[in-house]
Design a binder for this molecule. Structure first.
Ligand SMILES: *Cc1c(COP(=O)(O)O)cnc(C)c1O
Length: 373
């Protein structure tokens, strides 16, 4: 029995080559700006260690994650590149950031002082990126009161300010007025440096939406997440960079039957046919992260044909109506990806479930084995 026989018939296939090609396409598009691959949330479901190793070998010079724990996983996996943790820093975690040589987001003078003291105690230099809030109202010092922090940040001898950054709220929208406003506010706060005759640290604000839609926002570094995985942030986002989807989700038919009229399918009896139909069962459910909201809404591909999910999605299984189509036990079922001429994209599934592709990706949980190609 080889490895692929040992796993359940349901798996996610990750094409690391596509991720590397997307990384190259982003690098080519942003010119001189450095590219920081964002690998938070298990690399958007693709596997944080596998993706980061592949990109490090492919020339990635740094990484971005959301949590201290994610960065520690990377360090334990042997990733030595600089890592920026985007999230807010809890005081008690500061020594761990310093121990693992991780860059923190700093957004107050008070936090800078705590970081400085912890670095002095550890006899190390801490590295931070100052976080400026230009309109997201999440974390960061407001752009209109940033000057004091920028001034004070120059005076901590155990802290190196390696970068300064902000984050867009609406860079994936069709109307870019709010994103442009945020960029203007960020640039205004950055005036501090030339006014003092100082060279600014690394300046960055662009997520995937900014990379794709706001070339002026690329600055010194860009932080692509979703587009690195070959998915655009929204249907509205312009697509000047071609990227390839890295993930497909596959399963197999495990049961075939004919359902007679008047016999409803699945929990709650929400669907029945008025004529005999062929129905197959697929061993995937909301317990894997396939949204229950896809009940009677989603479709899958079997033998190159699109077929609708009928009845409720269960925890571990759902049913698909073939009408008069044919399928045998063991036939491949494509939940996300291509089969013949048909494709189901992350965005399709997101639309059916009334959510965004980000949530589709990150919702697929650890019960679904990842297979790397
Ligand atoms: C998640 C995240 C990104 C990446 O966003 P995408 O829209 O996936 O490109 C960039 N910067 C920060 C601070 C983030 O939290």
């Amino acid at each position: 029995m080889n490895d692929s026989d040992a796993i359940r018939p349901t798996h996610v296939e990750v094409n690391l080559g596509h991720i590397a090609q997307n990384f190259d396409a982003i690098r080519a598009h942003v010119g001189t700006a450095e590219v920081m691959p964002v690998v938070k949330a298990n690399a958007y479901g693709h596997g944080i260690v596998e993706v980061s190793w592949h990109l490090a070998a492919h020339g990635a010079t740094c990484f971005g994650v959301a949590l201290l724990e994610e960065a520690v996983v990377l360090r334990q996996a042997g990733i030595t590149q600089p890592i920026l943790v985007f999230g807010g820093v809890a005081t008690r975690q500061i020594p761990q950031f310093i121990e693992h040589d991780l860059m923190m987001a700093a957004s107050s003078i008070d936090k800078m002082r705590q970081i400085d003291e912890a670095a002095a105690a550890a006899k190390k230099k801490a590295r931070v990126h100052l976080k400026i809030d230009t309109g997201m109202e999440r974390i960061g010092v407001h752009w209109y009161s940033a000057e004091k922090l920028l001034e004070a940040s120059l005076g901590f001898s155990n802290v190196e300010v390696a970068g300064i950054y902000s984050h867009f709220a609406c860079s994936d929208a069709e109307d870019l007025s709010s994103a442009n406003e945020q960029l203007a506010r960020f640039l205004e706060a950055l005036e501090f440096y030339p006014k003092r005759g100082l060279k600014p640290p690394l300046r960055h604000i662009a997520n995937s939406g900014g990379i794709l839609q706001l070339p002026e926002s690329h600055l010194d570094l860009v932080r692509p997440g979703i587009m690195l995985y070959g998915v655009y942030p929204s249907r509205e986002t312009k697509q000047p960079v071609a990227v390839k989807a890295a993930m497909s989700w596959k399963s197999q038919v495990v049961y075939f039957k004919v359902v007679q009229p008047g016999n409803p399918v699945s929990y709650g009896s929400t669907w029945q046919s008025d004529h005999p139909v062929r129905v197959v069962t697929v061993p995937v459910g909301y317990g894997d992260g396939y949204f229950r909201a896809l009940s009677n809404r989603g479709s899958v591909l079997i033998r190159g044909q699109r077929h609708p999910i009928v009845g409720r999605v269960c925890m571990d299984q759902f049913m698909v109506n073939l009408e008069w189509g044919t399928a045998y036990n063991g036939d491949a079922v494509t939940i996300i990806g291509c089969d013949g001429d048909e494709t189901i994209s992350m965005q399709d599934v997101a639309d059916w479930a009334d959510t965004i592709p980000y949530e589709v990706l990150t919702n697929i949980n650890a019960r679904v084995p990842r297979v790397y190609v």
